[in-house]
Design a protein around this ligand. Structure first.
Ligand code: PRP
Length: 177
């Protein structure tokens, strides 16, 4: 199955059935790791909105949900800079925090945010990424919870975009070269 977004063609890569399986597996793994009522989950918008919502359906009612906006991509390329919104209104002092990302690529965004959360007093910060491109990762922090490891493909769908299109696709597609 193919989809065209602006000037580019994408082919089906990870179907919704596999996504659902990995979300359930991740949720079980997180519960095993002691994530529970006192955990604060911070979703990184816009990309994480679908994954965050699916994952949170498995979490205890006493857990807290927060969001920040972060943007580093223009088209299919990282700009190397992270633009942020919403950091200063998060109250994370003394909290066990899980940063929830749709994808960790270079790791710039997740590492920067995790550092900021720690500076504002979070007790512990762990990173959860639905997709992880370990071969291009340049961050120092461990990615504690990973949905699916992928090679360096440009992907869209399930929250991820190409120039703001494709986010609402329920499956994940990769760029055709
Ligand atoms: C994407 C994605 C991650 C980040 C990953 O966000 O959602 O936040 O890039 O890349 P990195 O590991 O190289 O930092 P983007 O900048 O495209 O903004 P968006 O979430 O609004 O689409």
């Amino acid at each position: 199955m193919r989809v065209r977004l602006k000037d580019k063609d994408f082919e089906l890569y990870i179907p919704r059935t596999r996504i659902d399986q990995e979300v359930s597996r991740l949720a079980a793994e997180m519960k095993e790791a002691g994530i529970g009522d006192r955990t604060v989950f911070v979703g990184v918008l816009k990309g994480a909105f679908m994954f965050f919502s699916d994952l949170m359906k498995h979490m205890p009612a006493g857990s807290r949900q927060e969001f920040v906006f972060a943007r580093s991509y223009a088209g299919t390329q990282s700009t190397g800079r992270v633009e942020m919104q919403g950091l200063n209104t998060l109250a994370l002092e003394g909290c066990d925090v899980i940063l929830v990302e749709d994808i960790v690529d270079s790791g710039l965004t997740a590492n920067y945010l995790a550092g900021q959360f720690q500076e504002t007093g979070a007790l512990r910060v762990r990173i959860c990424a639905f997709l992880f491109k370990s071969e291009v990762y340049r961050g120092l922090r461990e990615i504690d919870f990973v949905g699916i490891h992928i090679p360096n493909y440009f992907v869209v769908g399930y929250g991820l975009d190409y120039e703001e299109e494709g986010r609402c696709l329920p499956d994940i597609y990769r760029l055709l070269s």
